[in-house]
Ligand binder design. Structure first.
Ligand code: SF4
Length: 211
């Protein structure tokens, strides 16, 4: 359905209702765009966090989302707190107990086991690796800048292996190696971006003596 067709259907439906604007007395007027406002208002008042509503609506700025919803921010906060209270009431109470020593050790050990040779694995706690430990091509890997040389070595080695596979006719391997190469280059670019955005230490300003 085009937006024009929806607009026409809305106008026809409103005409049939006989409802009029309480201020002007004229016929009510709605546009397809009003559904965004209605949806966001309803979602936020039902407890959806405003920043999630912002992502769903595709807004760059959360103030645009808050401007969309026909309620005050305080109502949004209260609705979200009520949502949290409802969720907490639904969770089994034994989830709020003090963890046992074994659970605490497992928790700490999980984060120890996140370290891999070229960085840190960012997957969620207590979840297994579903990417077959192919870290160099995995979006969950946060590369360690200190391991840049190792990544360069991996990238160069992948170039050599692709050349060899092409020369020997191992075409089944070429595609996988190219994916790994793209992953290694992406990790190197990530390290470069991080280095470029690193903070620069500035000295404290001092008063200059007059000559
Ligand atoms: S492949 Fe990805 S998810 Fe698996 S251990 Fe490596 S970084 Fe973590």
């Amino acid at each position: 359905m085009s937006s024009g067709a929806v607009r026409k259907m809305l106008t026809t439906a409103l005409t049939h209702t006989g409802l009029t604007d309480s201020v002007t007395g004229g016929p009510l007027h709605f546009t397809p765009h009003d559904f965004r406002r209605l949806f966001i208002t309803d979602a936020v008042l039902s407890g959806l966090p405003p920043h999630i509503a912002q992502v769903i609506a595709g807004h760059q700025d959360i103030n645009v989302t808050l401007g969309y919803k026909a309620v005050y921010p305080d109502e949004a906060v209260q609705a979200h707190l009520a949502f949290l209270a409802r969720r907490r009431a639904m969770r089994p109470t034994d989830e709020y107990r003090v963890p046992t020593d074994e659970e605490w050790t497992e928790f700490l050990g999980h984060f120890e086991r996140r370290k891999v040779s070229i960085g840190t694995c960012g997957r969620a706690f207590s979840t297994p690796c579903i990417h077959e430990h192919a870290c160099v091509r995995c979006p969950m890997l946060w590369p360690d800048p200190a391991q840049r040389d190792r990544l360069v070595e991996i990238r160069d080695n992948l170039h050599a292996r692709i050349e060899e596979a092409e020369r020997e006719g191992w075409l089944g391997e070429v595609e996988g190696l190219r994916v790994s190469l793209a992953g290694a280059e992406d990790k190197l670019a990530q390290i470069a971006r991080h280095a470029a955005s690193a903070l620069v230490a500035l000295p404290m300003p001092t008063l200059r003596r007059k000559p």
